[in-house]
Write a protein that binds this ligand. Structure first.
Ligand code: NAD
Ligand code: DAU
Length: 342
């Protein structure tokens, strides 16, 4: 795998993947195709080797732009580009359908037209819905589809389109489904960076509902190393669930961050629950562990420490991410202003 076409590579996971791929595949060259939405950030690409990484500003739902940027001889398309935030999909689903569904189909068509050897679709455990609390059930690759939010439904639709391209046209395609990622450069609309940024500024920490919802957390570079394994060794037409066996209740996550930063738990503010809020996600990663010989390298403790440290040391990045439109989003989502110090 030497020529990769990565979409959404200016976002949180895509930019981490590019770093990991450039390091682990010394011969690879990457075209990074990204529309730079509110979540895409050129700062995330700082320091990348320009001889091996080329950024192209473009929209995956724009067929002409994709065909223009995707060259013959590309070994793989790795599709990270998406609208990724559940709360925003509840406010309005339009962009989710355009990017996540239509955009994926455009990429599949372009990959076939350019005879790309492999297509990797980055999906999510949310396509399988919610698990019961306090039992030993897990998501496996054969769990039924049961998406509960417009975001999850759009990602499930994208999976169906990838599956259909494989079945009907013989496109070599692999789907990976991961749980909740955390790590550097995650946009502070998501729980962990939001909590870290607010706690550093002594701002209230909004916790939805009773705070007992469970998510299965994975450090972003571990996710990216698993994607790399799926890219190199995954079987065409297969789905791989990726998880680090790390279930945590939201309150436990919030308290761990507050404790690490030496901030009081009185900052926690219980707010109105997310409509249709999935109760529990938990992934059985046996297939990716055994078939692709992958294991996470970070523990929850080491990953969280690194993450908190990155945000503490990159306050300028956080300030830029939280300027402008973010304030409007925050006020609308939480019914309170964000009062940042910088
Ligand atoms: P993100 O929101 O941080 O980044 C998304 C990137 O896609 C941004 O750079 C944005 O500019 C780009 N983008 C959006 N619309 C585009 C379009 N029409 N054309 C081209 N680029 C576009 O998202 P993330 O958290 O890095 O997630 C990346 C992928 O991983 C998504 O497909 C998401 O569904 C999936 N995923 C995320 C998680 C998670 O915990 N964050 C877990 C499992 C799967
Ligand atoms: O499981 C994988 C998914 O994880 C990805 O597909 C999504 O792209 C990613 O955004 C994430 O979805 P979640 O909805 O689980 O992540 P989020 O960070 O938005 O929320 C995590 C949990 O924290 C969830 O139970 C909602 C809760 N929460 C979130 C926010 C933003 C709060 O209690 N307060 C908040 O302010």
């Amino acid at each position: 795998m030497t020529k990769l076409f990565v979409t959404g590579g200016a976002g949180f996971i895509g930019s981490a993947f590019i770093r990991v791929a450039l390091e682990e595949l010394p011969d690879c060259e990457i075209v990074n195709f990204d529309a730079l939405t509110y979540a895409g950030n050129p700062d995330n690409l700082a320091g990348l080797d320009e001889r091996r990484h080329r950024f192209v500003h473009g929209d995956i739902a724009d067929r002409a732009a994709v065909m223009d940027a995707l060259e013959e001889g590309t070994d793989a398309v790795v599709n990270f580009a998406a609208e990724s935030h559940v709360d925003r999909s509840i406010a309005s689903a339009d962009e989710f359908l355009r990017t996540n569904v239509l955009g994926t189909q455009v990429l599949l068509d372009a990959a076939r037209a350019r005879r790309v050897a492999r297509f990797v679709q980055i999906s999510t455990d949310e396509v399988m819905g919610s698990l019961p609390e306090d039992d030993a059930s897990f998501f496996t690759e054969s769990s039924p589809y049961a998406p509960n939010s417009p975001y999850a439904a759009s990602k499930a639709a994208a999976e169906h389109l990838v599956r259909a391209a494989h079945h009907t046209f013989g496109l070599d395609a692999v789907i990976t489904r991961c749980g909740n990622n955390y790590g550097p450069r995650q946009f502070p609309e998501k729980l962990i960076p939001l909590v870290i940024a607010n706690a550093i500024d002594d701002q209230p920490i909004p916790v939805y509902g009773d705070g007992r919802n469970v998510r299965d957390w994975i450090y972003v570079d571990d996710h990216c190393r698993a994607i790399l394994q799926a890219l190199r060794r995954g079987r065409a037409g297969e789905i791989y669930n990726i998880g680090a066996r790390n279930e945590r209740r939201n309150l436990e996550v919030v308290e761990a961050i507050l404790d690490a930063l030496g901030k009081p738990r009185t900052l926690i503010k219980f707010v109105k629950d997310r409509p249709g809020h999935d109760r529990r996600y938990a992934i059985d990663p046996t297939k990716v562990e055994t078939e692709l010989d992958w294991r996470p390298q970070e523990t929850w403790e080491s990953g969280l420490r690194r993450t908190i440290q990155w945000y503490a040391e990159n306050q300028a990045w956080v300030a830029r991410a939280r300027s402008g439109a973010y304030r409007q989003y925050y006020a609308q989502q939480y019914g309170m202003e964000i009062d940042v110090r910088r």
